[in-house]
Ligand binder design. Sequence first.
Ligand code: PGA
Length: 260
Amino acid sequence: MKVLICSSREAAIDRAAGMVADYVAAHPRAVLGLATGGTMLPLYQRLVDRHGKGHLSFAEVTTFNLDEYVGIAPEHPCSYHSYMRDALFSHIDIDEAHTHLPLGNADCVHQEARSYETRINTAGGISLQLLGIGQNGHIGFNEPTSSLGSRTRVKTLTETTRSANRRYFPADEDTPRYAITMGIGTILDAQNCLLLATGPEKAQAVADMIEGPLSAICPASALQLHPSTTVILDEASSANLRLTDYYHHVHPNGEETRFD
Ligand code: PGA
């Protein structure tokens, strides 16, 4: 796992956005796995800015989002379909037919989950998977005790996750209880993973992911098994790591050191 600790939240977001932009520039037909959540919003804004300046095209890119709430239609303002449209898709030159999210209001959500796996495979698999991390160590909506080999399926959300997401829903509307999410096994199949975490509230989950035991209590720890994962952090989210000096020694200021 490559651990890049940046001096500030802004620097971490810049670094992550720069890596995604460089990847898309080098692989115009990339299949990107995309994440939602508050952490990703400024990252997407940076990609939109680069596109606006004519520096980045998504014309041939395909995307698969990690998850969507069950029972929420794509048009619902709090759906992840809406999030992606508002934060990224409607501001760039991506072909809408190449953007994929699970359909949360499908007639049979279990069938929808299975067919989502098929769609990912038909596209040739995910080449770069973008990830955030929950305070409870979830990636996607793979809550603690998710099978580390799981595939796309319906998961029941924890109360921690529901309360973290309550702020996005109107006060008179109940927060969804279920989501369709890529499984941990699905995520581990991606060629490359890039996880961005910022802020002190992520510090324990980050330490458990990077240095803790491989364990279903911290689903993100499964990334220890992945051959090409980069974790980008700010100082606050790295505060509980034990080997901080080593990470700074390998990647001073969170810079990547190339050995070739
Ligand atoms: P956040 O969500 O970026 O809103 O903190 C991250 C996650 O739950 O994966």
